[in-house]
Design a protein around this ligand. Structure first.
Ligand SMILES: [Zn+2]
Length: 54
C-alpha cells in the first residue's frame, strides 16, 4: 500500500518571465532536489528553463 502524501504538486515557473506555466507532481521522498526542466513558455514564445516553485 502506497503511503499517502508522498507525491506533492509543484509548479514550474519560467526562469525568464516567472509565469507559472506548468503544474506537475513529484515524489518528495525520491525527488528531494529542485526540478529544473526545459519547457516551452508561451509568454517568451521559446523554450526556457523552468524551475520548481511551490
Ligand atoms: Zn517565460
Amino acid at each position: 500500500m502506497a503511503a499517502k502524501g508522498n507525491r506533492i504538486l509543484v509548479y514550474l515557473s519560467c526562469s525568464k518571465c516567472k509565469s507559472k506555466n506548468y503544474v506537475t507532481s513529484k515524489n518528495r521522498v525520491k525527488t528531494t532536489n529542485k526540478l529544473k526542466l526545459s519547457k516551452f513558455c508561451k509568454h517568451c514564445k521559446t523554450h526556457t528553463e523552468h524551475n520548481e516553485v511551490k
